[in-house]
Structures are given as C-alpha cells and as structure tokens.
Design a protein around this ligand. Sequence first.
Ligand code: HEM
Length: 134
Amino acid sequence: MFRTYLFLHLFFAIVWIGGMFFSLLALHPALRSADENCRKQVAQKALGRFFWAVWVSIVVLFITGMALWHKFRPDFSQNPLFHFKLLLFAIMVLNFLYIHAFLYRKRLTDQIPLFIGINLVLGTLIVMIITYIR
Ligand code: HEM
C-alpha cells in the first residue's frame, strides 16, 4: 500500500504544481497578446477546468498524506519542518479557496496570476522541505 499512497501523492502534487507552472509561465503570458474579451474567455475556460483538478489534488494529497504520515512515518510527528509543511499546505488551500470562490467567480481573471504565483512558491517550498526531511 505504501507505494500506492506514494504514487497518488506524487502524481497529484505534480498535477497541482505543474498546472500552476504552466498557467503562470505559458498560459497567461500567451494570453497577454490577445484582446481583453478573448483573454478573459480563454482564461476563464482553462482555469475553470484546472481548478476542478486542483480540488481533486487537495483531497488526494490530504488523504494519502495522512496515510503516509500515520501508517509509515509516525516519526514526522516530532519533526517541526513536517508541521511547517502542513501549515504551508493549509495556507495554499485557503489561498486557492479565495482564488476559486472569489476571484474566479467574480471573473477577476487578471488578478489570479499573482495568487497562483504565491501558491507556486509555497508548493515548491513544500517539495524542498519533504525532500530535505524524508
Ligand atoms: C501541496 C501539497 C503537498 C505536496 C506538493 C507534497 C509533496 C510531497 C513529496 C514530493 C513527497 C516525497 C515523496 C517521496 O518520498 O519521494 C511527499 C511525501 C510525504 N508527504 Fe506530502 N505533499 C503535500 C501535502 C501533504 C500533506 C497535506 C500531508 C499530510 C497530511 C503530506 C504528508 C506526506 C508524508 C507523510 C510524506 C512522506 C512519505 C515518505 O515516507 O516518503 N503531504 N509529499
């Protein structure tokens, strides 16, 4: 079971962080040259699809993370860096809730890249922390 949890954990970490990387470094720069109406429509459609994949990632990362922690790495309970990882995850989820439930719903698509940027930095920090402590 360990390998199944680890595969799902890594796969959905890649979906979330990879999707943010694409959105910031490919999708939004490419959309800058489009007229405002087209830019907002394409961003709204593309982000709408990606954001549902993020909700799946959040649920799978939490469930597989708890399983990996409590079944295979109970030693992490004494590791402050691991608790810092969990804090960063909580901040990422709250930030994403603001992005999806407020900015996206209000079609404030031009403001979204900044907040995706914040989550990309936090997600990268999480990968650095776990690479360092595991
Ligand atoms: C954005 C969120 C997260 C990202 C990007 C992430 C990323 C990773 C990565 C890259 C690994 C290393 C896998 C390996 O061992 O090769 C890992 C391991 C682990 N993660 Fe996460 N994680 C996230 C959220 C969580 C959460 C919410 C929990 C707990 C509730 C968690 C608990 C763990 C545990 C216990 C391991 C160690 C598994 C081992 O022994 O290798 N992670 N995570």
